[in-house]
Ligand binder design. Structure first.
Ligand code: 5GP
Length: 177
């Protein structure tokens, strides 16, 4: 069932993703009882995770999207992040959870946390589907974490290689890498 790619081997299958997303949703539901929650998805990678996560949260909530792009120096990120599509609503006094696909070096999330602090929300927490601690260059708090993975380049469930593979319903690794 679903799209398969011959050059990608399954790393985290769709059942395991669905089970973990349900757990994260239940945790958010518990932690944000009585509060107005705003999920901010970071485009494009987290959009697939965001829509599943939002449906696993049993609370009234709002969804916002923020587009960012990292400047690449060769294959490594330089840590210089640029907003390509900004939020459409003020974040002041809101309870925000930033939803990200993967935290690799941590530089993007560091930038985002500094950027959000300047918007004066009531609170900011981080929810990341994946964390690759082996490559961390800065320490960022991850309040809600899906899976901790080893140092592999993963694709699928929103994650791309050259804009492709986002629609794989599982997380996979490119064969031969
Ligand atoms: P960081 O700033 O933490 O180094 O990078 C975060 C961004 O790098 C992620 O949002 C994602 O776009 C990209 N990234 C990091 N690791 C991977 C990976 O294994 N696969 C894919 N497809 N993108 C990744």
């Amino acid at each position: 069932m679903g799209f398969e790619a011959a050059d990608v081997s399954t790393f985290i299958d769709r059942q395991a993703i669905a089970a973990r997303v349900a757990e994260l949703g239940a945790q958010l539901t518990k932690d944000y009882q009585g509060k107005a929650l705003t999920l901010v998805g970071i485009m494009k990678g987290s959009v697939f995770f965001l829509t599943d996560l939002a449906r696993a949260v049993d609370l009234p909530l709002t969804v916002e999207l923020l587009g960012v792009s990292s400047y690449q120096g060769g294959t490594e990120t330089t840590g210089e992040v640029r907003i390509t599509s900004d939020l459409t609503k003020p974040m002041a006094d809101k309870h925000i959870v930033i939803v990200e696909d993967i935290i690799d070096t941590g530089l993007t999330m560091k930038f985002l946390l500094e950027n959000f602090a300047a918007r004066h929300p009531a609170s900011v927490k981080v929810c990341a589907l994946l964390e690759k601690p082996a490559r961390a260059r800065v320490k960022v708090p991850i309040d809600y974490k899906g899976f901790v993975i080893e140092d592999k380049f993963v694709v699928g469930y929103g994650l791309d290689f050259d804009e492709k593979y986002r629609n794989l319903p599982y997380i996979g690794v490119m064969k031969g890498t």
